[in-house]
Structures are given as C-alpha cells and as structure tokens.
Design a protein around this ligand. Sequence first.
Ligand code: BF8
Ligand code: SF4
Length: 635
Amino acid sequence: MKSAKSIDPAVIELLPKASLDGVETVWDRYEAQQPQCGFGSLGVCCRHCVQGPCRIDPFGNGPNKGICGASAETIVTRNLLRQVAGGAAAHVDHAYEAVEALESAAKGTINYPIADEMKLKQLAQGLGIDVSDKDKQELALKIVEVAYSDLANHENKPVQWLMAHAPRERIGVWKNLGILPRNPDREIREAMHQTTMGMDADPVNLVLATAKQGLVDGYSGLKLATDMQDILFGTPTPVITEANLGVLKEDFVNLVVHGHVPLLSEKIVYWSKKLQAEAIAAGAKGIQVAGICCSGNEVLMRNGIPLATNFLAQELAIVTGAVDAMVVDVQCIMPSLAQVASCYHTEIITTMPIVKIPGASHIPFTLENADQAAQEIVRRAITAYSRRDKEKVKIPNHKCKIMAGFSVEAIIGILKRIDPEDPLKPLVDNMVKGNILGVVGTVGCNNIKVTQDLIHVELVKELVKNNVLVVATGCSAHALAKAGLMNSEGTEKYAGEGLKTVLTALGQAAGLSAPLPPVLHMGSCVDNSRIGDLVTAIAAYLKTDSAALPVAASAPELQHEKALSIGTWAVTLGLTTHLGVVPPVLGSKMVTELLTKGLSDVIGGKFYVETDPLKAAEGLLEDIRAKRKKLGLPC
Ligand code: BF8
Ligand code: SF4
C-alpha cells in the first residue's frame, strides 16, 4: 500500500472535506478493491471466449495453459495488443470527429472557423497537394479527402498521414518489420480479430502487431487529431495563466470543462464570455471557465484558460462546492462524478451519444447545434450558481503561475528570433555542446496505485537538474504545472546551469525578461504528436535516425489504454520509454524481456519499467548519455 494519496496540496486539503461531506472518492474505492486480482495484475487471465475465464498459475504449481492451450506468453501478449488497440481506437475516433468538423466547416454547414491557414497550407504541401489557386475551403476539403481515403483504403498502401509525417529512417525500419499500418480502422479491427479465441498464439507476432497499433495511434490518432484541431482553432502560441483548484473563484460562476475533444469546449469558452452579463444578473461577478484533463489542456493551449486539476482529482473539484457545472465529452471521465455531484449543487452534463452517466444531465452536442448546446450549458451553470450553498464552499488557496502553449511552431518561432535562417541550429548546437543533455517527453496520466503527481514531479526535477529539457503533455503536464515547473521561477529553482543558460537566452529571445520554464507544456495527449514532430524535425536536421537521438519518453503514472498506445508509438520511434507503473505483462518472463530488452534490437526503442522516480531518472540519464556517446558528443 502506498504511503500518501497525493503531493498536491489542494488534494490534501480537500480529502478530509470529502469525508466530512460523506463523499466517496477514487481513493476509497481503491482501498475497497484490495487486494486486487493477482492474475489480472500479471496479465495471465483470459476471457476471450466463454469457456474461460482461464488463468495461468504464475508460480508454476497450477495450470500453465488455458483450456484451449494458450500459454502465459500468448495470453499476456493478446491482452496487451487489445489494450493498445483500445487506446488507438479512442484516438482515431477522436481524430475522425475532428476531420468531420473540418469537412463541415469547409463546406460552411457548421459555425466553426478555419483559423490557421498557414498550417493548412503547410500540411497540404506535405501531403503533396497543389496549393496554388485554392482558397482555404478548397484546401481544407483536399486535406479531408486524404484523411478519409486513409480510412477507406482497401489496398495494402500504408497510411498516408504516416508516410507524410514520420521520420524517413523509421519508415524503412517499420517496413522491414512488416508493421506499416494501412487503413487505421482495418488495423484496429484486425487486432480484435487476431486476439479472438483460436487465433494468433505467437508472442513475437503479437508484439509486432502491438507495435503496429502504436503507429496507428501515432499517425491516424494523435497526429491527425492535432493537425485538424490546429487548423480549426489555431496553433497554440505561448500563454500565461495558473494551475490548480485555487483558480476557481468564490464569487464567479465556475464552469469546468472535462474530457478531450475541443469541439465543445472551444464553444463553451466562447459563450461563457458572451453570456457574462447573464451571470452578473444572477448575482455573480462573471463566469470562470477552468479545465480538467485534456479538454483543460486544449483550452489552455489556445485560449489561456486556467487548469483546474488532473485525472485523479476530478471528483475533488466538485468537493470544493464551488463548481456550478462540469461538462464532459469523452474519455477519462469517472462515472462516479454524478454521485459526488449529488452531494452538492453541481450539475454534471454529459454531451456525447457514447458517454452517458446515470444521474447526470444530458445535453446532446452535435457540430450543427454546437452554439445552442454551449449556450444551454453555460446557462445551466448560471442557474446552478444560484443554488450554490455557501456553507459548503472551500476553494483551496493553491495555484501556480504557468506558461503554456508551446507548439512546435511556437518553439520554432522563438528560436527564429535567435537564428531567423536556421532556427533549429541554436537548439541543436546546445544539445551538441551539452548545455541541453537531452530531451525527455513526459506524458500520460495519474494512477491511483501511486501517490498522485509524485513520480511526475520527482522524476522531472531530477532530469532538469541534470540539464535535460522536459516537454510534457496530458495529466503529466498538469502535475508539473501544479508543482511550479512551468514558470520562470521553476527554471531558477530547478534547472541545471547549462539548461538555465539556454532557457534564459530563449526567454530573452521571446521578449520575456525571464527564462522560459524548464518544462514546456506541449498540450493534450493527442498533442504528443507535437513531441513526435519535434523529434522528427531534429532527426531530419541532423540527418539521423530518431532512435539515435538523446531523447527519451516517460509515462510516469500511466493508467489509460491510450497511454499504453502512446508509449508503444514512442517505442516505435526508437525511444526508450519509461513506465512508472508496472503494466500487466509480468506473468510472462519471456514477454517482459522482449518488451524491455529484445525489442530494442529490432526497433531501436524499448520499455523501461521503474517505479522509483529517482532511479528512473538515473536510468533515463544513462540512456541519454549512452546515445550521446554513440554520437560522439560530450556526456
Ligand atoms: O488523454 S493523461 S488520465 S486525461 S489518458 Fe486521461 Fe491519462 Fe490524463 Fe488526457 Ni491522456
Ligand atoms: Fe481460455 Fe483459451 Fe478461451 Fe482464453 S481463449 S478463455 S485461454 S479457452
């Protein structure tokens, strides 16, 4: 059992209030689940047919095969493939909605902008589309055509979004391994088929299929979603705001957006500004929008909306008694929210046909009725404000200044002020000299099995102390924002000398009188594509394989299948990918060795599992130093 529930001071302050208010939280339910099933934890339980469940005895005394004869190796890898395919499915579905939105926006049938014409053009050019004589609507439709043709590809052609954007050397590696994905929907379907009863029993073949799902996720999920969203709503530029539950305001209507797809939350931000007068008429000083999980990251990156909190504290946002409405779209939404909200005046509003929660209100959101739905949601929040019980309000006085909005374009924009002709040069030069020892992308979730935010924060402090530039997304970014690692003071306090020098120069170039933060917030989980783009750009600049770069990835507190699929994609890019929570694979020694060692021989990257943050930092630093040594760079 872990020692503490969280390192977040707002969470520590609110947990006693939750129990006083009679609210059951995720921590209570975790305790009630103890001890968790050992077979499931090791990945050796199979329920893929109705003869099961079958389980393998990890100690070797009981059965070593399922009823059909499936071994521990087969069961573990089949389960892993299904989980990674589940993650990829979530991201591809997310991306698909964004493609549909761009199509309708271009046709003028919905009230959405096409905000970033420059990105539209760049993407079109990258996809081989002739951009001359086309207005932005025509170009958008051309791009949509490519995205749809990937999804309708009935041939063996690899995914075009991947071919246009992945590092060149990598494409060769993936081709040789036979894992270049074709139609993403077909690949996800095939993974489900491959793992049904009486199908693939070969663990190596199943691990390669898992790697293929990582590529589906990386290019037809993450990259496609980010590209569509940037075109629609604009590519992020640096913004300054605050993070943690202290951003809620006692005398404002507090409306929290939670989930992942910005199609709704962008409209909420817009209408909450428009309807301020109605909030004032209801006795509030205005409307405060704040974000949880990746919807929070999306509206932070593009609109400077403050972050309320990350995954594990979503219930505690309601326990403040100050959230008037929480509107959710898809993914990472605890079904318990409605139960928690029933102890307060908070209205939980679901919006999507595939996410309904008993006890929550449902306001259907479609692209066509977006403005109407958003107005109704904002008005529900205003109405709920008048029901707020002041006695029950306790907003923790914890928040931290943050700078976010670091898209690749924004980073290049800052670098251009140092070298307008060759913007990547100052970054790469500093990597070569060792002022920046390497780059680590920290991504992913909170996981109840570990102290909330602890691994993210301790790992990253150690990395930046050793001059590693950290880029972050998802709930990892939230954790680091709350801990003061996303502001200039964080650089003074935590960064090593070399890194501090670089960040100070970049801060000056950016027109700040202070350094850039030691951790650059690059966005939501789909925006891991931005980290991929940065790695791809550096690899291309150095004319080398991304696997050779002193770059690594980490999902310190992963919980979601999406985090597993993102991690798998990072491995396919050739990166050592740290996991701070043990995934359910230990039931097979052979598979564990394959994932953590053998894979690197064939694909360049591997998983690295270490639950101790300081040891994990040491391991990642060793990996970075080894790569530097191979490149002949000072360590
Ligand atoms: O997609 S980091 S807990 S919120 S899964 Fe979920 Fe994990 Fe948070 Fe964003 Ni990503
Ligand atoms: Fe058991 Fe095989 Fe059925 Fe899985 S597929 S439940 S191992 S019989």
